[in-house]
Design a protein around this ligand. Sequence first.
Ligand code: NAD
Ligand code: MG
Length: 376
Amino acid sequence: ILRAAATSGVRPPTQEVRIALGERSYPIFIGSGLLGDAARYAGLPAASAALIVTNTTVAPLYAERLRAALQGIYPTVYLLALPDGEPYKDWQTLNLIFDALLQHGCDRKTVLFALGGGVVGDMTGFAAACYMRGVPFVQVPTTLLAQVDSSVGGKTGINHPLGKNMIGAFYQPRLVVCDLDTLDTLPAREFSAGLAEVIKYGPIADMAFMDWLETGMDALRARERGALAHAVRRSCEIKAWVVGQDERESGLRAILNFGHTFGHAIEAGLGYGQWLHGEAVGAGMVLAAELSRALGLVDAAFTERLVRLIERAGLPVRAPVLDSKDNAGRYLELMRVDKKAEGGAIRFVLIDGPGRAVLRAVPDAQVRAVIDAGCA
Ligand code: NAD
Ligand code: MG
């Protein structure tokens, strides 16, 4: 037993981040071995049934462990494995959750558990918001992106053929359980994509965190528990701090989209699914930082540091050429139709001195110059 403990690496103590949203407040637990620990779920409202919603990739890896933990708490635990992938974040697949709930005769106390990445989390959260006008739900995120971003903040929803995340609701979970052990099975490319959302928190809010990432990047990519625990906790704290001030995105919350305006143009321009979202955000943050520098808000030393960090995370730092004739024009066109644009004016999240973000419209000529210089 002693030898097993010594070789399994250091288990950091479980951390807790509180999301303070008045009566919708909830805890995020972060640590090792949490998924199968029944004690984590003990504080939830009593119910006669729970439904675990997951997908066909995650189910064989983790569903039984969660089911075993929940079986001591709920008389009945149902399991639903949806098809895997962003194309299934749609009405038809969402309806499978309602089908299961109704076929099992689930009442309005039934607790939904979202076990998976952001796709499962967004869909399950939206189903919970809608079923009988709202049932409790719990996020058990199993991707890095979901642990540091999508499971925090209460945005839920699905895609429409005419736009991503266009149908949805703000609906907060009762609890988030981030089991760092689940990240061991995550493909390297997905892990790096999640790191993009971790890195963004430094430049917009906390340069001490950026310093720490520079030191801890190798340990993170080796998925060392202590490093993961710190990265996930600090990311959740910063997102919680922002969401706590602007739950429904009337202003400040938009700073979380650092790198995303360029990133969305890359995703849309290449065709969704070519680059992962986090990869597009990686290259997008480089362009947004360069734009900040062109406007005199940060210096070259800062942008070079950020580029190096993004590179070390295993992410692309050069944005792709989307159009051989008028590349900058194509980027501008795609960015103008972005959901975050207002009346055709693109509002960029810029770094206003390291550790601080600002939203600003920028003259096209300056944006063009940065795109022309920054695309591979
Ligand atoms: P994802 O949910 O598609 O997961 C990525 C892949 O990893 C999938 O194939 C999944 O089955 C697999 N996977 C999940 N956990 C695994 C594990 N532990 N081991 C092995 N494989 C595993 O993608 P994602 O990056 O987690 O989330 C992206 C989604 O999140 C998008 O739909 C996006 O719109 C949404 N999102 C929402 C918010 C929000 O605030 N609600 C924020 C950011 C992103
Ligand atoms: Mg994102």
